[in-house]
Write a protein that binds this ligand. Structure first.
Ligand code: ADP
Ligand code: MG
Ligand code: MG
Length: 909
């Protein structure tokens, strides 16, 4: 065993058109490392380097620094040696120095989660050698000041002291710029840079109490350890929790020879996408900066330029910049460095073809030579995800199964959110325009700090620029607006990943954090003021703008059609109104799996009749009140049946405890007493009588129908009469009457008897008939256990997994909010079982209930109607359990349709 441990490779090399690893090894090498290896193997120019595996990170968490350094030391030294040979330079050498970058990279890309250190290996002596070697003193000192800045921030913890403050190094730079009367960091003279290095080091010493480490090897180990530590930083943990990634994945560390984009006007750096990450359009696009290094483009220090001429012209139009000015000040890479552009263009093509997906790449031009530093499947909006999958399918690059599997179900949600109402947009007052960084419509109140995003129910986070610390707030805010930064800025990339509306780089905005104000054209806006963002156009609009429901069209519709080709399990909807039913149908619902009848009773004129029914002391009194409700219910059902014409509609009989319907306030109690000509005391008595210690386990569901059969009678009559009325008009209606909260066969039988007898009575009265089913919800554990008995009588089962979860866990749905978040935080539960079906536990009852039911009735129709019916992993489970359908809220229908298809495809692979 020990021998095996010792022989295990901890370090994988890449460079010079070869590599130890490949793209399939992302669990071990992290996404970045695996792709660096892959790129190197297929002949893309990648600076040579090596990857320390994620397993080492896990070891580090167990054993600590010393043991782990001991474990990998010789491998790291040999690998540095290898880079030295390939780059013909030496780490720490005073004449011919090799500098490296230290980059983190987990198996999934976590934007900004782990920080990168560039130019590592530099010190007071090396900088002199580097200047001499490159004959570029400015570059050497610029690299040095950048290194101290990054190492100080990432490894030595030199972060801003409070959120209103700026970065301590930025502050020193800003001061110097002010003193020197310059604007850009490229304008610093060599002496300025030397002063900055000195001041930076002083700041480090003052703040940390230690000298800045000058030994390159100390620097290297410090950075490696910092990458490991960042895996357990707050931000990383937050991101992991948000996505449910386990802690033991760990991060890899990539150490790579530096290539320099800051060597002058023949150098630069940039980010590019093989397709548009916002819309999915098949156009190569991206941004770059001349004479800049790594993060400069993303951080929005200077206005980045566009890579393609087309992109540049589009950008200039938005920014209202004339063509002559554009060409002079902001030329595209295509125009400025045509041969480098051509080379880059060929790599982007090659990489997209190789990975068969949209790529997000980083590149650096060092003195006229192009290097690629990263590629990964690009983050994209829901709309882009759908368009790219459909386009790749049409281009013959992927097949239809792959296209469907490319769709992340939950991301479709973005396409199902409201967009601005075009009418409201016409009268909207646009106060400024930024870049359309992430599409969508957002409206909310201004907040200036990410940790205050939850100050208002709907907030828009307004920042000069965002940083990884802002992640949580960005998640909470409805939209994000930044004054600085381009289409590849942190805000833009993260927002697109989250599917959040974002407008970036709105240069006209003046933001004052201390005063908490936003000024545009002399007009001041404050925290709490409403603004609206159009992430598709970049428009920033004053006030609140009305939104409109989305539609299922274009590529989205194509994906849905494709889904139906593979899907076996049907998707129904939970709908209580004709409007819900229509929306769901437009999204492809194949029927209704749950209509809750109680919601219908809450309207003003109905609640009165309902209360009279409840307050009545005699059967006769109750029947009289129900008589009033009958026509209303019948009308409701007619509306729903009509909207779902030709498709099955499951209607659940009255479910909630009656105390939910009676007035609890004195004033309303008095009103009711007056109306019914009874005493206030009588009302009070009845309310007290209905009071229950545990209403969830109380007098509800079929227990109501079995104690007050006249309720079931009335509801059945309403359903059957509505069906007959529509039949008369020539429509096809398929009612399915569902008895809730059944635990014993007798409970069901008693209800079924009433339902069938009532239906027969109506049939006789009307001298007409309709087909209908009588089934039950399986939502009490006992019902799942007794499913074979119940199935002898029931025409169908519908798993009510909300109640089933409640009763299986013994968690009250109404009170679980007090402890579930803590349980999840502590890892006692992985997820909220009311959101994601607990397949392990509750799932057993679902499986068992289905099996036992079908053991007596092989064709028993089985579905689900809890909240889980629209949650991807639960929908997949339902398919694997053999259900005939899932039912979910209208806006989840497309998601469930997709997952239903994906489940079939996954099963066949
Ligand atoms: P992130 O995961 O946050 O994107 P990266 O490790 O990709 O971090 O690095 C940050 C920036 O530094 C990127 O722009 C990247 O291209 C650049 N960079 C990283 N390593 C090198 C290197 N060896 N030479 C030049 N630039 C580098
Ligand atoms: Mg990167
Ligand atoms: Mg229920």
């Amino acid at each position: 065993m020990e021998l095996l441990e010792a022989e295990k490779t901890h370090v994988y090399r890449f460079g010079n058109k070869s590599a130890d690893g490949n793209s399939k090894m992302r669990n071990l090498l992290g996404g970045k490392g695996a792709n660096l290896a892959e790129m190197s193997s297929i002949g893309i120019p990648v600076p040579p380097g090596f990857t320390i595996t994620t397993e080492v990170c896990t070891e580090y968490n167990l054993l600590g620094k010393d043991a782990v350094v001991e474990m990998i030391k010789s491998e790291v030294e040999a690998s540095i040696d290898n880079i030295e040979k390939l780059m013909e330079s030496s780490f720490g050498d005073k004449e011919n120095p090799l500098l490296v970058s230290v980059r983190s990279g987990a198996r999934v890309s976590m934007p900004g989660m782990m920080d990168t250190v560039l130019n590592l290996g530099i010190n007071d002596e090396v900088v002199v050698g580097l200047a001499k070697k490159t004959n570029n003193e400015h570059f050497a000192w610029d690299s040095y000041r950048r290194f101290i800045q990054m190492y100080g921030g990432v490894v030595l913890g030199m972060k801003p002291a409070s959120k209103e403050d700026i970065d301590p190094f930025e502050e020193i730079m800003e001061n110097l710029k002010g003193k020197r009367g310059i604007q850009l960091d490229t304008e610093f003279t060599v002496q300025d840079l030397k002063d900055l290095v000195y001041d930076f080091k002083e700041a480090v010493k003052k703040r940390t109490g230690h000298h800045f480490p000058s030994n390159p090897w100390d620097q290297l180990w410090g950075a490696i350890v910092a990458v490991f530590n960042s895996w357990n930083g707050d931000r990383a943990i937050y991101y992991r929790n948000m996505h449910g990634y386990p802690e033991d994945w760990g991060t890899a560390v990539n150490v790579q020879a530096m290539v320099y984009g800051n060597m002058g006007d023949n150098s630069g750096t940039g980010v590019c996408f093989t397709r548009d990450a916002g819309t999915g359009e098949n156009v190569f696009n991206g941004e770059y900066l001349i004479n800049a290094q790594g993060e400069d483009v993303v951080a929005g220090v200077r206005t980045p330029q566009q890579i393609t001429k087309l992109g540049s012209q589009r950008w200039a139009e938005l920014a209202k910049i004339e063509e002559t000015e554009r060409l002079e000040k902001y030329p595209s890479l295509e125009e400025l460095m045509p041969s480098i552009y051509a080379e880059l263009n060929s790599y982007q093509q090659k990489l997209e073809d190789h990975y068969r997906d949209m790529q997000d790449m980083e590149f650096t031009i060092q003195d006229g030579k192009l290097w690629i530093l990263q590629t990964r499947n690009g983050k994209r909006t829901g709309a882009a995800m759908v368009k790219i999958a459909v386009d790749l399918l049409k281009e013959g690059k992927i097949n239809d199964k792959e296209a469907l599997l490319r769709i992340e179900p939950n991301k479709l949600d973005e396409l199902l959110h409201p967009v601005f109402d075009p009418k409201a947009l016409k009268s909207a007052h646009v106060i400024a325009q930024g870049l359309p960084a992430s599409p969508g419509a957002a409206t909310g109140k201004i907040v200036f700090f990410a940790d205050e995003a939850n100050k208002f129910k709907n907030s828009i986070l307004v920042r000069i620029e965002t940083s990884p610390e802002d992640l949580e707030g960005m998640h909470i805010a409805k939209g994000i607006l930044t004054a600085r930064g381009g289409m590849t800025s942190h805000a833009a990339v993260v927002a697109r990943g989250m599917g959040k509306c974002c407008v970036s780089g709105a240069g006209a905005l003046k933001i004052n954090y201390k005063a908490r104000t936003l000024t545009v054209d002399g007009h001041e806006y404050h925290e709490g003021d409403w603004i609206s963002l159009n992430g598709s156009t970049g428009n920033i609009i004053e006030g609140k703008v009305a939104t409109r429901e989305p539609e299922l069209t274009g590529e989205f519709a194509e994906i849905m059609e494709l889904s139906d080709k593979y899907a076996v399990m049907k998707v129904r909807t939970n709908a209580d109104t004709p409007n819900d039913a229509r929306v769901a149908r437009s999204f492809g619902a194949q029927g209704i799996g749950l209509t809750r009848t109680e919601h219908m009773f809450f309207e003003v004129d109905r609640i009165k009749a309902m209360r009279e029914m409840i307050l009545a002391d005699t059967v006769k009194g109750r029947k009289l009140a129900l008589q009033e409700l009958l026509p209303m219910q019948r009308e409701d059902f007619e509306g729903i049946f009509e909207a779902m014409e030709g498709l099955p509609v499951t209607i659940r009989l009255l479910d909630p405890p009656l105390h939910e319907f009676v007035p609890h306030q004195l004033a309303t109690q008095k009103e009711l007493a007056d109306e019914m000509h009874i005493s206030l005391q009588a009302v009070k008595n009845k309310v007290a009588e209905l009071e229950e210690f545990n209403p969830m386990l109380g007098h509800r569901g079929c227990r109501l129908g079995n104690t007050y059969p006249e309720i079931t009678e009335m509801q059945t009559r309403a359903i059957i009469e509505a069906a007959l009325n529509l039949k008369e008009k020539g429509m096809t209606v398929v009612p399915e009457i569902m008895v809730p909260l059944v635990g014993t066969l007798k409970e069901f039988e008693a209800q079924e008897k009433i339902i069938r007898e009532t239906a027969n009575t109506v049939f006789k009265e009307r001298n007409d008939k309709v087909e209908f089913l009588v089934g039950t919800m399986i939502e009490i554990p006992r019902a799942a256990l007794m499913a074979d008995k119940i199935a002898e009588k029931a025409d169908f089962f519908s798993f009510g997994t909300n109640d089933l979860t409640q009763m299986t866990f013994g968690y009250s749905r109404d009170d679980a909010g007090k402890f579930l978040p803590i349980y999840i935080q502590k890892g006692i539960l992985k997820v909220d079982p009311f959101e994601v079906l607990d397949q392990e536990g509750v799932g057993q009852l679902v499986k068992l209930g289905t099996e036992r039911g079908r053991s007596v009735k092989p064709n028993l129709k089985v579905g689900i109607c809890g909240e889980h019916g629209g949650e991807p992993s639960s929908v997949e489970f339902c398919y694997n359990t053999g259900m005939n359908y899932v039912s979910c809220s209208p806006f989840r229908v497309p998601i469930a349709r997709l997952v239903s298809a994906q489940a079939v495809i996954k099963e066949r692979i």
